[in-house]
Design a binder for this molecule. Structure first.
Ligand SMILES: Nc1nc2c(c(=O)[nH]1)N[C@H]1C(S)=C(S)[C@@H](COP(=O)(O)O)O[C@H]1N2
Ligand SMILES: [Mo]
Length: 384
């Protein structure tokens, strides 16, 4: 068998053209831009300290930005694959002999290598994360965030370097051949416009395959939306009581909620909580993994609980749960969230006591808050 490295001239399809790459690139740039901005929002919403408080309104804000984050990331996958296919032959372009040209060539290939590998890393880890599969040991949030800057930085450099060519290509018809490689002349069954349309169609399918996790009427077509609307009160269950390492006994008769502020301490049973003024709010759980669902929650206002220990206005609150295993057992409730009328320590969902897996005896539910901070099985509120 005769194996040899292909040469640039082996790739003769006229679809492998910069004119196609530039057009796919525009859509890819838009996807990456949306994904980056919404990712920054999500990262900030979960930051351990916030110079400017993340707002509590609109209550659906995080649901929309995180839904867009997942959708734009999904949309980017087929676009990136098609774009790589169109430029693939350039990998086999002969290496320049002249030192200056060689340096420039290596610089360009290097920057594209960084861009492509960082982008693939983001899309693969993000996709795995949105299907609740974490086959790695590093912190997803910190790594995904750092890599996002690598992608955007490399993308800005890439666009800046290519800008004259991009302008030229986008100003001309897609079938214009002035920037094509001389051997890229073979007509296939597909036109260039057809290829761009096919890529966009692929993106649409990828979005539809996941968007049902957020948009109820899309649920039936969402094969990748692993978390469905099933679950008590129409809200899926992310982590169960057993998975969190909590014994049913701990949430039974012996359960107590402790609220502290300095030396002040108030201890309440579930009956005590149920005897306080109850409120009902309609708010979504919006998971960072992309799914979201609205529930009708009933329970005690966080404000009313903090008043029991005479917490001063503007206090942040640390929420602790009974959880003994894995992350997300505690969260911070910023003062603007703690004081919002819609923020509850919920006892009920859809008029029924919370199920064990939804956080019985009580959980945090607050507007415009990442799902990961809607802490379940709460046992302690510490006013800071
Ligand atoms: N104690 C505790 N609370 C938790 C979690 C957890 O693992 N432990 N998971 C969070 C995450 S990531 C989400 S999206 C929501 C999901 O709530 P649900 O399972 O009621 O839908 O709960 C949050 N509250
Ligand atoms: Mo989540």
């Amino acid at each position: 068998m005769n194996v040899r490295v292909p040469a640039e001239s082996d790739f003769t399809s006229r679809l492998r053209s910069p004119a196609v790459a530039a057009r796919i690139g525009v859509w890819l740039g838009i996807s990456f831009g949306v994904c980056f901005v919404t990712g920054l929002i999500s990262h900030y919403a979960q930051a351990p300290s916030q110079p400017v408080p993340f707002p509590t309104s609109p209550f659906w804000g995080y649901r929309v930005t995180q839904g867009l984050h997942i959708a734009s990331g999904m949309a980017a996958i087929p676009l990136l694959l098609v774009k790589l296919w169109t430029v693939y032959p350039l990998l086999f372009r002969p290496i320049p002999r002249q030192v200056r040209a060689l340096a420039l060539d290596l610089l360009e290939k290097g920057s594209i290598a960084v861009l492509v590998s960082a982008a693939i890393f983001q899309l693969v880890t993000g996709l795995a994360n949105s299907t609740q599969w974490y086959p790695w040991s590093f912190s997803f949030r910190a790594t995904h965030y750092a890599m996002a800057w690598v992608v955007i930085g490399a993308l800005v450099v890439h666009i800046a370097v290519k800008l004259p060519v991009i302008r030229d290509l986008l100003g001309a018809d897609i079938d214009e051949t002035s920037h094509d490689r001389p051997e890229a002349v073979d007509e296939g069954d597909l036109t260039r416009r057809g290829l761009v349309r096919t890529a966009l169609f692929g993106s649409t399918l990828a979005v539809l395959a996941t968007a049902g996790a957020t948009v109820p009427w899309l649920r039936k077509v969402s094969v990748l939306g692993v978390t469905t609307g099933d679950g008590p009160g129409g809200v899926p269950i992310n982590r169960t009581l057993v998975e969190a390492g909590i014994d049913e006994i701990a949430v039974g008769e012996s359960y107590r909620l402790t609220v502290t502020y300095g030396d002040a301490e108030v201890v309440l049973t579930r009956d005590d909580l149920a005897a306080m003024t109850q409120h009902v709010v309609e708010l979504p759980i919006a998971c960072v993994e992309g799914w979201s669902a609205t529930g009708t929650w009933g329970g005690v206002r966080m404000r009313d609980l903090l008043a029991l220990v005479e917490a001063p206005a503007g206090s942040d609150v640390r929420v602790r749960s009974l959880q003994t295993r894995y992350a997300f057992g505690t969260s911070l409730l910023w003062s603007n969230f703690a004081e919002d009328d819609r923020t509850l320590l919920a006892l009920e969902l859809d008029g029924e006591p919370l199920s064990f897996d939804h956080g019985y005896p009580c959980r945090v539910i607050a507007p415009n808050r990442p799902g990961v901070r809607q802490t379940k099985w709460v046992e302690r509120l510490e006013v800071l």
